[in-house]
Write a protein that binds this ligand. Structure first.
Ligand code: FAD
Ligand code: SF4
Length: 330
């Protein structure tokens, strides 16, 4: 790896000072799983690495007056095993448990999982594409390898967001707590993620000097009916081709309220508001699921090798609504 200065602050305040001091030359390191790929491949060459692993205040899961707060440096394994998460917010436990492999979940953090970069082959191999600051997309060509890429929301770059926890957090109405040079900011999970139309070189709104410190989950959906499904080529250690997360409150067979999000379809995890509005008040049935699935993929545009994602997304949304499992996952 190219040499860098390693900083290991013990507090958020010290980490912020270091990030401010080094500006664009600094790299935030969480569990290191995405970070080390970039560094070892010599594609990203920061002058300073700020390792968050010694900051106790960023770790752990706390009950709050209205839900829970998860420190950004809490590992995916801790999230999956936490009794409150399992009992009340099982949707997040399901999404987090389907990420990667046990070893990666033991080291990878929730903050890192939602902040990880795109997995497009060309970009990861250091090709000078749009996302890397260039003016071409190598994936969106007649022969480009784009089987894993976007069917919605593309704009020059067709890469997708790879996180399995992100759609679950959106469906749970989570809030992301950021520390920026201007102070603390709390935003909706949905607004943390951005598409290429906003900034083609980033998948989230973090800018130099910013830290994600915690994720808050309100009690709104505690104990609701949850559905999480991930489709991938291998059953372990593989990114999603698509995933879907939904939280639903039902009386009798009527859907009172719902949140639903998919990832792997676009550069940002997509909250499907049109679907939410269309199914609210309807019966929780295969018929409603069918209608929702069709609505979800309206406007989808396939690339050369990913047309399969359109029926796949339609069916995942259909199942998430028509065939929701009881929240018995624990
Ligand atoms: C082989 C492999 C397979 C994987 N499969 C999956 C999968 O199937 N599903 C899935 O969801 N994930 C998968 N992952 C991702 C993995 O789950 C990790 O969560 C992810 O790589 C990043 O977590 P990390 O804690 O290691 O963060 P790092 O790699 O250290 O950081 C990731 C990025 O986030 C930034 N960052 C991290 N934390 C913060 C913070 N608190 N504030 C500001 N910026 C921050 C870093 O600067 C960096 O850019 C896989 C990873 C690997 C290597
Ligand atoms: S899809 Fe995006 S990341 Fe991949 S080559 Fe095209 S511009 Fe680069």
């Amino acid at each position: 790896m190219p040499a860098f200065e390693l900083y290991q602050p013990a507090s958020v305040a010290d980490a912020q000072k270091l990030l401010e001091q080094h500006g664009r030359d600094a790299w935030v390191m969480a569990g290191g799983l995405d970070s080390f790929d970039w560094l070892k491949d010599r594609i990203k060459k920061p002058k300073a690495v700020v390792d968050l692993s010694g900051i106790a205040e960023l770790k752990g899961i706390r009950a709050t007056s209205d839900g829970i707060e998860i420190g950004a440096m809490t590992t995916l394994t801790e999230v999956v095993k936490n009794p409150i998460v399992k009992e009340k917010y099982g949707l997040l436990a399901q999404g987090a448990e389907l990420a990667a492999s046990p070893q990666i979940r033991n080291q990878g953090t929730l903050g890192g999982n939602v902040s990880q970069d795109a997995r497009c082959w060309y970009y990861r191999a250091g090709w000078p594409c749009y996302r890397a600051g260039g003016n071409i997309c190598y994936a969106d060509t007649p022969t480009g390898r784009n089987r894993e890429h976007a069917i919605l929301g593309a704009d020059r770059c067709v890469a997708v967001n790879p996180s399995d926890s992100a759609p679950a957090l959106i469906a749970l109405d989570a809030k992301f707590v950021l520390r920026t040079p201007k102070g603390e900011k709390v935003i909706d999970a949905e607004d943390y993620f951005i598409g290429p139309e906003m900034d083609i070189t980033h998948l989230n709104i973090l800018r130099p000097g910013d830290l994600l410190t915690a994720i808050r989950i309100p009690s709104t959906w505690a104990g609701a009916q949850f559905y999480f499904e991930k489709v991938r080529d291998r059953n372990v250690w593989d990114f999603a081709l698509l995933n879907v997360a939904s939280a639903m409150k039902v009386s009798g067979d009527k859907i009172d309220s719902i949140r639903i999000a998919v990832n792997g379809a676009a550069a940002r995890p997509l909250r499907l508001r049109a679907v939410e509005n269309a199914v609210q008040g309807k019966s929780k049935s295969a018929e409603t699921g069918e209608m929702a699935g069709k609505l979800a993929v309206e406007g989808a545009v396939p690339l050369q090798f990913n047309a399969y994602k359109i029926p796949l997304m339609r069916n995942l949304v259909k199942r998430a609504i028509g065939g929701v499992q009881e929240a018995s996952w624990a």
